[in-house]
Design a protein around this ligand. Structure first.
Ligand SMILES: N[C@@H](CCC(=O)N[C@@H](CS)C(=O)NCC(=O)O)C(=O)O
Length: 217
């Protein structure tokens, strides 16, 4: 199977994390695609034009990062799933969506910021900014529970979103509210920062597929 995605050595990619946890990395051929590049091939695979996208050996495409994660998890050779069963599943999926939502809001703020300053929709950017801040605060409130649970998809998604925010930091870049110029998500969120630093040590979160010259994503 082929994974069409935008690798970045500084970004914790949830799909790679799950592939590593499932022991199926060796079954994947990596295809680099930056969806915003004019010559991107992503439209050939995903009608929604988004990465990541997984092309199965049958030729069928799966898209939506969480769907791809669940598929890879279903192939697990390690006998261990990162999608908990029973009541724990809903907490894990809620945390996964918190991470996904934060990632999406970070991207939206960043992409809107690509317009010339006079053409930017400031209200929209502030709304996305608010989602990022709220998600960080919600994660920080729950962070002391994270270590008590076995590593799951929620953790992978939240760590991915935090690493993306660290990599791009559109809040600092656009400086829309007092204090944004020096915005650091760790400030005032020490529980979350402690958990993040610890979870980053996990081999699956250390794994990166780096393609020479990757800067966007
Ligand atoms: N949470 C989504 C995120 C996907 C996503 O937004 N990817 C961005 C990466 S830059 C993308 O492909 N954007 C292209 C677009 O929105 O048209 C997932 O995991 O599928």
């Amino acid at each position: 199977m082929k994974l069409v995605f935008t690798p970045n050595p500084k970004y914790v990619h949830k799909v790679l994390v799950v592939a590593h946890e499932a022991g199926v990395l060796d079954k994947i051929e990596f295809v680099r695609s930056v969806p915003f590049d004019a010559d991107t091939k992503i439209w050939e695979y995903n009608p929604l034009g988004k990465v990541p996208c997984l092309i199965l050996n049958s030729g069928e495409a799966l898209f939506g990062g969480l769907v791809i994660c669940e598929y890879l998890d279903s192939l697990s050779k390690t006998g261990r799933s990162v999608f908990p069963k029973g009541a724990a599943r809903w907490k894990a999926l809620r945390q996964a969506m918190l991470g996904e939502g934060m990632f999406d809001a970070t991207t939206n703020m960043r992409v809107e910021g690509w317009r010339p300053a006079a053409e930017r929709h400031a209200d929209y950017m502030l709304r996305e900014r608010r989602k990022v801040i709220n998600a960080l605060d919600a994660m920080n409130r729950e962070a002391s529970q994270f270590e008590k649970a076995r590593f799951h998809i929620g953790h992978a998604c939240m760590a991915g979103a935090l690493s993306y925010l660290e990599l791009r930091n559109p809040i600092q870049e656009h400086d829309m509210e007092p204090g944004d110029k020096t915005f650091d998500w760790r400030k005032g969120r020490s529980r979350l920062a402690r958990w993040y630093d610890k979870v980053l040590q996990r081999p699956s979160l250390q794994y990166r597929y780096a393609h020479p010259g990757d800067t966007r994503g």
